[in-house]
Design a binder for this molecule. Structure first.
Ligand code: C2E
Ligand code: SIN
Ligand code: SIN
Ligand code: FE
Length: 406
């Protein structure tokens, strides 16, 4: 994705408007629309919008403002800078606040020459801090198809086509010219595509977090326990993802394991309370009943065709298998155990040992790391143990972040 100025110049085209240029432009907008609609990662989506807006309008910088309650979250790209994530109160007295609140585009040829008694004013603070000089400024609303305004796209300093190839920050204003009416339309078209794309990404993220909440509630209900279970599930799903990442699995696999792993014990819903909540050691008969939970979980989860549920079912079935073949329910050995099962086995036991249970006290961390090490190759896959050790600092960070309130 290039941040360089576009190979064609729109403002030239407007006076003697060429059909070929118009065709190139509409093809370009369609391509951008397709790229935007297939982007699922929010940060990359924002970068894409900003970069395309700069390129299509030949301007020096662009910022994207997203409405979040009474605030505007705000991403600026000036020249070669990275995206920065800032916040601003949403007020009609700023240019961008005015655009977001009224839905009107503002095309200002020179922000330092605004007539007095406008409802909005330019805030020169950022220019003062950075030594940059803003001159022409185009701000258009991000409007979704139902007319909601999700934020604004702001383009800074439309550059003259005859400018030198390299401009120092303090030279930019000199080579700045007003945005043309065509560029306003291009920016508005891009902004409405961006609004749809942004809304899709947000919806997808909301769906995923709703899904995760559902999983935690369901899994917690299965064990009928208090908050402890919810925290255990949060931690072990993070540990599982960290291990998957250290093993070099692709981001899709990492995400699947993250969402599938918290369901590993749903089969405990089929275990009588007297056994599940027994404060002491289990008798051999009770233990036999308890050891049915992987298969019960598999029965429950394998009914769905979804990739995620299939993964959950497999994890539920295999999370108590051991690398040397001494686990249950099948006594699978080594790589007969699916990798997800080997990963979750370690994540689950690590966290079970670190937690208090009705039948045992919490162990301290050094003791647990020694236990993991000494069971590498017997209970746990040595490769999974190695990945776990590589992720140690990230794992400890999660361990401390999700602790039950005492
Ligand atoms: P859990 O409490 O979530 O424990 C998961 C796994 O962590 C256990 O699988 C075991 O591999 C490991 N683990 C937990 N505590 C200890 C421990 O004190 N020492 C060692 N060496 N490993 C430990 P496992 O053994 O297959 O147990 C599966 C589930 O069965 C447990 O899940 C728990 O719900 C239940 N359970 C196991 N032992 C007892 C017990 O003595 N009393 C009761 N009431 N339940 C038990
Ligand atoms: C860039 O190199 O991306 C910046 C060029 C410009 O500011 O016009
Ligand atoms: C404004 O919209 O008021 C200016 C924000 C900026 O400095 O880019
Ligand atoms: Fe289990």
């Amino acid at each position: 994705m290039s941040l360089r100025p576009a190979p064609f110049d729109l403002s030239l085209g407007e006076a003697k408007f060429e059909p070929a240029a118009a065709l190139r432009l509409s093809q370009r907008l369609i391509q951008v629309g397709i790229a935007l609609s297939s982007e699922t990662d929010l940060k990359r989506l924002l970068e894409l919008i900003v970069a395309q807006a700069r390129e299509l309008t030949c301007c020096d910088g662009a910022s994207l403002f997203l409405r979040e309650g009474d605030e505007l979250r705000f991403f600026v790209v000036k020249r070669n800078e990275e995206l920065r994530d800032l916040r601003l109160p949403l007020s009609p007295s700023s240019i961008v606040g005015y655009v977001v609140l009224t839905g009107e585009s503002l095309n200002l040829p020179d922000v330092y020459q605004l007539p007095p008694n406008l409802p909005y004013a330019f805030n020169p603070q950022v220019d003062r801090q950075t030594g940059y000089r803003t001159r022409s400024l185009l701000t258009v609303p991000l409007r979704d198809p139902s007319g909601n305004i999700l934020g604004a796209l702001q383009l800074l300093n439309r550059l003259r086509p005859d400018r030198p190839a390299e401009l120092a920050p303090n030279q930019v204003a000199e080579w700045s010219q007003p945005f043309s009416e065509l560029e306003v339309q291009v920016a508005e078209a891009l902004a409405s595509q961006a609004a749809v794309a942004y809304q899709n990404v947000r919806l997808r993220e909301e769906l995923k977090s709703a899904h995760l909440e559902t999983i935690f509630c369901l899994a917690q209900a299965a064990e009928y326990r208090d908050q402890d279970t919810a925290f255990h599930l949060k931690r072990m799903s993070h540990y599982s993802r960290i291990i998957a990442q250290e093993l070099g699995l692709c981001s899709h696999e990492q995400e699947l394991i993250f969402y599938a792993s918290p369901l590993h014990d749903v089969g405990k819903i089929g275990i009588p309370d007297a056994i599940l909540h027994k404060p002491g050691p289990l008798t051999p008969e009770e233990r036999q009943i308890m050891n049915r939970h992987p298969e019960i979980g598999y029965e429950i989860l394998s009914k769905s065709d979804s990739e995620l549920m299939q993964k959950s079912a497999l994890i539920a079935l295999t999370h108590h298998e051991k690398f040397d073949g001494s686990g249950y329910p099948r006594g699978l050995k080594g790589e007969e155990i699916p990798l997800e099962g080997r990963i979750v086995a370690l994540a689950d036991v690590f966290d079970a040992l670190a937690s208090r249970r009705p039948y045992k006290a919490a162990w301290d961390l050094d003791e647990i790391f020694r236990f993991v090490e000494s069971n590498s190759g017997s209970h746990f896959d040595p490769q999974v143990v190695a990945a776990f050790k590589c992720g140690r600092s990230e794992i400890l960070e999660i361990y401390h972040r999700y602790q039950e309130p005492r």
